[in-house]
Structure formats: C-alpha cells, structure tokens
Ligand binder design. Sequence first.
Ligand SMILES: Nc1ncnc2c1ncn2[C@@H]1O[C@H](COP(=O)(O)OP(=O)(O)OP(=O)(O)O)[C@@H](O)[C@H]1O
Length: 278
Amino acid sequence: MVQPLLNYKNVCKRFAQHNVLHNINLSLNAGMVIGLLGKNGAGKTTLLRSALGLITPEQGEIVVFGESSEQLSIESKAKIGYVAQQTFGYEGFNIADALALHRSFYADWDTQLEAKWLARFDLLPATAINNLSVGQRQTLALIMAMAYRPKLLILDEPVASLDPIARREFMADLFDLALDSGSGILFSSHITSDIERVASHVALLKDTELLLFDELDTIKDSVRKVNFAEQSIDLSKFTVLNQQANSAIIYGYNGEQIAGALSISPLSLEQLFVELHG
Ligand SMILES: Nc1ncnc2c1ncn2[C@@H]1O[C@H](COP(=O)(O)OP(=O)(O)OP(=O)(O)O)[C@@H](O)[C@H]1O
C-alpha cells in the first residue's frame, strides 16, 4: 500500500472550551492537490498548522512522511514547503539577500526555477522587502516555498492577495509541480474557482467536521440539489449533506430517478458551499 505523505487520523482540537476540529480523517498522497474549503473560523489554519507540529491535537495523530507531526526529523522538515496566511520576515533585506539566506537551508534549491519565477512576476532582486506590496510579498513567499521542490506543500490561502493573472500562473505551476515531482499539496482557499481549476480533491470543513472529502470530479458528479414538494421523500440511499423543508443537498447520486423529486440539479463548488452554509 502507498504510504500517504500526510495522514490525519481521528484528529480533534479545541481551544479552551471551543471545539475547532472533531474527528478529522484525511490522507494526502503523492500527486494529489487537495483544496481545503471552509467558512472564516472553520479551522483551516488550525488543520494546516497541526501538520507542521505547530499545534498539538488533543486526540488523534498526524503522520507526515511516516513520522509524528510532533516529532518531525530535520530531513522531513526539509521536504515540507509552507506558506502561512500572513507572511513574512526578512524586513531590512532586499529580495536577492533574502533568497540567498533562504536558499542556504536547502540542498535541492532550483535556481533556474527561482530565476524564472522572479522574472515572470516582475520581482527585481535589488528591491527592498519593505517596499514590496502585499501581493508581491506573497509571491516571494510562494517562490521560497516552492523552489526547493518540496514533497509536501502546505499553503494557507496562498494566492488571496494575487491578481487573477498571477493567481492563474501560480496555480498552474502548483499543479505541474505536484504531478512532475510526485509532491502532494494541501491548500486552503476561499476562491472556489481556483480550487475547481487545480485541485484533484476537495476537503470541506463545516461545524468542526470534515463534511466532504473526495475527488473533485466525484463531487461534481455525485452531489445534487433535490427540490421536492413533500417532506416524505425517501433520500435514505444517499448521504444527505443538508436538508431544508423542500430541498436537500445529497451526495452519492448516480443518475437514478428519485420518486417525488421536482428537480435534481448539479451544483458548482461555489453553489455547494453557499447551499451548505445557507
Ligand atoms: N491560538 C488560538 N487560541 C484560541 N482560539 C484560537 C486559536 N487559533 C484559532 N482559534 C480559533 O479557532 C477557530 C478556527 O480558527 P482558524 O484560524 O483555524 O480558522 P480558519 O478556517 O483558518 O479561518 P479563516 O478562513 O478566517 O482564516 C476560530 O474560532 C479561532 O478563533
């Protein structure tokens, strides 16, 4: 059996009396790109930081490259790329000096990739970090996390401050990187169109639980909104993600007729998110 790069097993986390994550099970294998969705405060950052050993779960375990996230070896840490929601550091440096320092920690740093991305995103090596815009800082942080081709890339809303063109380019690169070098990526985003464009899998956090975790195509094929007139409709053969008086969001649909349904409609990821939080 293939060993996952990252494996959450029955993970529970709370802050004071406030449950944030409950019984989370999630596996990331090489070649997978998981887009993590959830409302503000749903626990996405908590989930991502837990994988790095920065947050300790109350229950369950997180295994990264076969090791506990709380006791990661230096070798394993060197194979992880992480971009936090708020970057950055390196104040007082210019881009070239910041990259030189960062590069010195990684034996596998790809200088060609670095040069290509600096040029593509118009980042000049002599520019002071203090003078970079928020989006430019985010771009540099992504270059720093990706140029050593980490096997596991963990990104917390990595492209939220980038313009649509930069976002598209980075997202395409993320995808290529994962496929080419057998890496796996777990990234959070509120931009559902980005997730639809690049993710192989979607994980959706709601009310402390992982409500949905599956291949993006499977979710598109088997999630439906069913409208009906009477409450007695039988949806027991499906997983009901959300039920209202005259409609339900079901998972596990396979093209069959549903007695009593007035309509059965597919949903985009954004529509699904809105329906589940309506
Ligand atoms: N160190 C902490 N101490 C106490 N509560 C915390 C701590 N970190 C996070 N929380 C709480 O845990 C919950 C989840 O926070 P988290 O940052 O993981 O959410 P998120 O899904 O990343 O949100 P957003 O989309 O706004 O970035 C929130 O209610 C937050 O207030």
